[in-house]
Write a protein that binds this ligand. Structure first.
Ligand code: ADP
Ligand code: MG
Length: 339
């Protein structure tokens, strides 16, 4: 009997993995922005056309890559961020799976331009559907630019199932906001169809929130702050009278990574008990810092879910911190606290 099992070629494996990592244009935005942050950029520019259908480009002034890494970055499981499995327990970078660029390059046309500070010339690479088309030395500024075009060109089903431009654009704005909120000191620009949507100067957290969510944001915000052995809590919550019908201004960050948590949301809502009208939602921008070895962020490829070692204690600390701050602003003028 002949055997029937074969290893899949890399480009096929990449395309399959891409299904998980790249659900929609916004997923590309997230991965590219996070890579720019990991590269220690202080200035990051996002350029999008047609809600990502025609173009998603991220330009950063970070560390850049040398000619070898510029090619290597498109390999699957190729990462500069971890070396050993244990490194997962002391993680301070956004990336570590080394599969985003391999996945994106498998299902799109990608143009990379990158240069490190000390190098005379940078590297310009074009790759389409995992196939290297060209690689040339090039005069470039320090930093990296990834331009992603024709997303899902070889997966018609995905391309056809993209939602309307409005919906995809909303997802992109969401990802942009999350990264911008996680890193207020980085200067971010976001250009859509040639128009400047956001230009966020390097600032503190309060100013970043105000710049992102115009309107009466500043006076709505109550600072929260607490530090215990297992967690440091910082950020802002909205005064109850500024609550809204939607949940658009609710954000949790754990070690500067945006996460979703129904459980922690519940803790916050418990702190507002008796303060909100039926169906109304507070805004919150809550930053939890925990020792990296007390969380597992490797539950899902998009890393927006997290497992905490001691979620019961976190719940209790968060609830009492928010409750305390809300109580304080009722009896005393708000103390200004800048992150
Ligand atoms: P990960 O972020 O999980 O390491 P990626 O596929 O996103 O995996 O990126 C692979 C590698 O490419 C990174 O580890 C990094 O070394 C390099 N890289 C990606 N984007 C950039 C960038 N904007 N600037 C410098 N290096 C980058
Ligand atoms: Mg990455």
């Amino acid at each position: 009997m002949s055997s029937v099992i074969q290893l899949l070629p890399d480009h096929v494996a990449n395309q399959i993995a891409a299904g998980e990592v790249v659900q929609r244009p916004a997923s590309v935005v997230k991965e590219l922005l996070e890579n720019a942050v990991d590269a220690k950029a202080t200035d990051i520019k996002l350029i999008v056309k047609d809600a990502g259908r025609s173009l998603i480009q991220v330009i950063d002034n970070g560390l850049g890559m040398n000619v070898i890494d510029a090619r290597m970055c498109f390999e699957r499981h190729a990462t500069s961020k971890i070396r050993h499995a244990e490194d997962l327990f002391s993680l301070y970078t956004k990336g570590f799976r080394g599969e985003a660029l391999a996945s994106i390059a498998a299902i799109a046309h990608v143009e990379l331009k990158t240069k490190q500070e000390q190098d005379e010339l940078g590297t310009h690479i074009i790759i389409e559907g995992s196939k290297f088309i060209s690689q040339d030395p090039s005069v470039l500024p320090k930093g990296t630019s990834f331009a992603v075009k024709n997303l899902f060109f070889n997966i018609p089903a995905r391309r056809n199932f993209l939602k309307s431009e409005t919906v995809e654009h909303r997802h992109i704005v969401d990802e942009f906001q999350r990264v911008a909120l996680a890193h207020p000191t980085i200067h971010f620009t976001f250009i859509h169809n040639g128009g400047e949507l956001f230009n966020l100067p390097s600032s503190n957290l309060r100013q970043r929130i105000v710049n992102l969510f115009a309107g009466k944001t500043n006076e709505k915000l109550v600072p929260i702050s607490e530090e215990t052995e297992i967690v440091k809590v910082q950020g802002f919550v909205s005064k109850p009278e500024f609550s809204k019908k939607n949940r658009n201004e609710q954000f949790f960050f754990v070690n500067n990574r945006y996460i979703k948590s129904g459980y922690l949301h519940h803790a916050v809502m418990a702190a507002y008990e008796g303060l909100l009208k039926d169906g109304m939602q507070p805004g919150y921008f809550i930053y939890l810092d925990v020792p990296p070895n007390t969380i597992d962020i490797n539950i899902h490829p998009t890393k927006t879910e997290i497992k905490f070692d001691d979620e019961h204690s976190l719940y209790a600390i968060l609830r009492s911190t928010v409750k305390h701050s809300l109580g304080q602003f009722n009896v005393a003028p708000v103390l200004d606290f800048e992150r």
